[in-house]
Design a protein around this ligand. Structure first.
Ligand code: EPU
Length: 424
């Protein structure tokens, strides 16, 4: 398994550009199942989760091809006759595979998707996806570890999610585009990735109002066509580099960023003592030398994203005072805490709260994490630590960060990818 070798401390200095958002590109790729026409997606990040979904689409009869400049064209290979199931082997490696459920059901009247099961950060049920599809008139059954959903045609409805769910909102939204009549979805997730998906669907001919707010109205249409769409920049990837600048005493310009998507992070950075400037060129985060601790609660957008909580914890190890970080979205998302402690941090976890006592000098060692954002946190900590840090199991990072070592090298970091050693 590949590892990162980091020599620190080094300030991150310079300009970096975020890739397309993984969590916007995944539903966009799933949405191609709704049409027989080609869909061209620009700025799709070259990360492992995208490759996994492309494999699943291929299995479902949707070929995808890389085009120059980073675009991907997805095209249906045959009108029917392709398998209609998302097998366990593909779904178990990436929960977002469940995003094919809504579009497959709407387009083909039947879908069979393996239940994703839990993952490293929590149990993560999909009951809301299933309730929403059932409200649209689908017959939804679970047997032998698979969800089977059937509907001759879906029918518009009014449905209220019990809690805002990102992929749940996306799944039901996609299904409703081809339902008969109007659907009103309430208590929807408001993440920017949902508005981006709706923009693609509208370009394909869907009628959607209010995406990005808690109430989305969809007027069903008979069919959807092809489209061309540019994926939004990845706010979590970009935010990771801004936190890196703050943590290492650096100065980074995140070029072409959408500041509104990053507002909760930018406010927090300003509170802890980082100079944040939003200009026409992007977002600049510049360290003022010292940081002060501030508490943080994660919550659905537009509050602070759970996907930046681990990176924020790395930042708080270098701040004056005590920061209490509360994770309210996932029940097991502090795996980075014991690894940070091995680097010298003083982090005390109790239930869904972690208290970070700072500042503490970090020193390099071998660390590893079992999820994507926890791994990013450890890479940032390695940049701020003295000496050599080896971050093991980089395949977690490769799920969602495009060329992270190259981008960090571009900012002056001393980081190298060590390829897996051949078996002795
Ligand atoms: N939930 C339910 N039932 C459901 C759906 C969700 O109880 O049917 C609960 C979850 O267990 C969780 C909360 O609702 O406690 C919110 O989960 P959500 O459904 O919003 O998460 P998700 O759609 O599975 C997406 C991102 C995650 C990100 C979360 C929260 C994608 C592909 N994944 O997951 O991204 O953390 O929203 O913002 O969009 C990552 O990129 O590292 C990542 C984990």
């Amino acid at each position: 398994m590949d590892r990162f070798h980091i020599v620190g401390p080094t300030p991150l200095l310079g300009t970096v550009r975020a890739s397309g958002a993984k969590n916007a590109a995944l539903p966009a790729l799933a949405a191609t199942l709704l049409t027989d026409e080609p869909v061209v997606l620009h700025r799709v990040p070259r990360v492992r989760d995208i490759r996994t979904l492309r494999r699943l689409l291929d299995h479902l009869g949707m070929g995808s091809e890389d085009r120059e400049g980073g675009a991907i064209v997805v095209r249906r290979q045959s009108a029917d006759g392709s398998p209609n199931d998302a097998p366990y082997d593909l779904v178990k490696t990436m929960r977002a595979s469940v995003l094919v459920l809504g579009p497959q059901l709407a387009k083909r009247g039947y879908a069979r998707v393996s239940l994703p099961g839990g993952c490293a950060i929590g149990v993560r049920p999909i009951d809301q996806h299933l309730k929403g599809l059932a409200a649209l008139g689908a017959d939804v059954r679970i047997s032998h570890g698979y969800v089977e959903a059937t509907a001759v045609h879906l029918v518009g409805t009014r449905f209220r999610f019990d809690m805002p769910t990102v992929t749940g909102t996306e799944n039901v939204l996609m299904a409703a585009t081809l339902a008969r009549g109007a659907t009103v979805l309430e208590n929807c997730a408001r993440e920017p990735e949902i508005a981006d998906l709706a923009e693609l669907l509208v370009a394909m001919g869907a009628r959607i109002y209010g995406a990005g707010t808690e109430r989305i109205v969809i007027e069903g249409v008979l069919g959807l066509g092809g489209a061309r769409h540019v994926i939004i920049p990845d706010r979590i990837e970009g935010g990771t580099y801004l936190i890196g600048a703050a943590l290492t005493g650096g100065d980074v310009l995140l070029a072409e960023a959408r500041a509104a998507d990053l507002a909760p992070l930018l406010e927090k950075l300003a509170e802890v003592g980082v100079d944040v400037e939003v200009t026409a060129h992007g977002i600049r985060a510049r360290s003022r030398g010292t940081l002060v601790s501030r508490d943080l609660d994660t919550a659905p957008h537009p509050s602070f994203p759970t996907d930046l909580q681990a990176q924020y914890m790395a930042l708080m190890t270098q701040a004056e005072g005590v920061a209490t970080i509360r994770e309210t979205i996932f029940e097991n998302r502090f795996q980075h805490a014991p690894e940070l402690a091995r680097m010298g941090a003083d982090v005390r976890v109790e239930g869904n709260s972690a208290r970070v006592y700072g500042p503490r000098a970090l020193s390099g060692t071998t660390v590893m994490a079992t999820d994507l954002r926890a791994s990013a946190c450890l890479v940032l900590a390695g940049l701020a630590a003295s000496g050599e840090t080896v971050v093991d199991r980089i395949y977690h990072l490769d799920r969602g960060y495009e060329g992270m070592e190259l981008k960090l090298q571009g900012l002056g970091a001393r980081v190298a990818r060590l390829a897996e050693l051949p078996a002795a």
